[in-house]
Design a protein around this ligand. Structure first.
Ligand SMILES: [Zn+2]
Ligand SMILES: [Zn+2]
Length: 335
């Protein structure tokens, strides 16, 4: 942990809230301000709401599908969206995918259920991977013999896209925060994969999918979601995925960005906002030209990545079967 984080929560109040003068224990270094607990929440909420509007993530009457892993960022976002949804007249459905990865998955599901029982304006749904695919993620990873994160990402994306499409959702929201998004942006810049940077903005089309991806925490510091779950005692999973492989390059970039932020508070948030403005001049990723011959989802060749993967795992492409099962889950939400 860095000595000068962007946001720090003290055990006891140290100053006065800039909004109301009440004792404040939350120090925002990047904004050179102190906030009381209530105004910190209000401030985060207004920024997330501002992002939803400013970047056209949602409009009146839309249904937003929120992917909740159970980590601090997605549960913090869910908590804020629960208050924002009625104000913007947006329907939010939160989905958690049960991956079957032992204690990590058990604790993730627990955190999701706790968030659902607190939520007053968000409907919740879970997709159990074994129920839709016949096996959990460890078996998928073992049988696929591919890097865990890429297989897991592919499966989750497919399920989210299928659910969003069958629900008629206008967008899929994820809890990616600024520090991670900027880390990936810098990495892609160094590798000159500029079209990948387009996918890291506040809003992006998801690989030819009809449903766009939105990131309401686009300019929210990781320290802010960390502070939020701490201050409000929000249940979240704080152990790492057992299959996660360390990327030393990403870690080094992330650390460097934190160091730059410590040297020059608010540098990261200014950069993120500038990047969002500049993204329209970046090359766009080519969208897959074909449709999967099995399930009809966007595909670069004859088959989509999911059908190709499941064909290798089970001998037959499972896209159509999985889509049918996800459709019946979607019906249970709207019913
Ligand atoms: Zn206050
Ligand atoms: Zn397919």
């Amino acid at each position: 942990m860095l000595e000068a984080p962007a946001v720090k929560v003290f055990d006891e109040p140290r100053a006065k809230c800039v909004k109301c003068g009440a004792p404040a224990r939350i120090r925002l270094n990047y904004a050179n301000a102190w906030l009381c607990d209530a105004h910190f929440k209000e401030y985060l909420k207004e920024r997330v709401k501002g992002n939803l509007l400013k970047y056209n993530m949602v409009k009146d009457g839309d249904t937003l599908l929120l992917a909740v892993s159970g980590g601090k960022d997605s549960v913090a976002l869910m908590s804020l969206l629960d208050e924002i949804a009625p104000e913007l007249k947006v329907n939010v459905v939160a989905v958690h995918i049960v991956l079957g990865m032992g204690e990590f998955s058990d604790r993730s599901l627990e955190a999701f259920k706790a968030a659902c029982s607190r939520a007053r304006n968000i409907r919740c749904v879970t997709i159990d991977l074994k129920e839709v695919l016949g096996m959990y993620m460890p078996e998928v990873i073992r049988r696929s013999r591919r890097p865990a994160c890429s297989v897991c990402g592919l499966v989750k994306r497919y399920l989210l896209n299928a659910l969003a499409a069958s629900m008629g959702a206008s967008a899929i929201a994820t809890g990616h925060h600024m520090n991670d998004l900027m880390t990936y942006a810098v990495k892609n810049f160094l590798q000159q994969r500029l079209d990948n940077i387009t996918k890291l903005g506040p809003v992006s089309e998801s690989e030819g999918s009809a449903v766009k991806r939105v990131r309401p925490l686009y300019d929210i510091y990781e320290d802010e979601t960390r502070a939020f779950v701490k201050v409000y005692g929000v249940n979240h999973v704080d152990i790492e995925c057992p299959f996660k492989t360390r990327s030393t390059v990403e870690e080094a970039i992330k650390e460097s960005l934190n160091r730059i932020e410590a040297e020059s508070p608010s540098m990261l948030i200014s950069s993120a906002r500038a990047l969002a403005k500049g993204l329209s001049s970046y090359p766009r990723p080519a969208s897959p030209p074909n449709r999967c011959r099995y399930c009809g989802m966007p595909a670069s060749g004859d088959e989509c990545g999911f059908c190709r993967l499941t064909e290798r795992l089970t001998g037959s492409p499972m896209g159509p079967d999985v889509v049918r099962k996800v459709e019946s889950i979607a019906k249970s939400i709207t019913a």
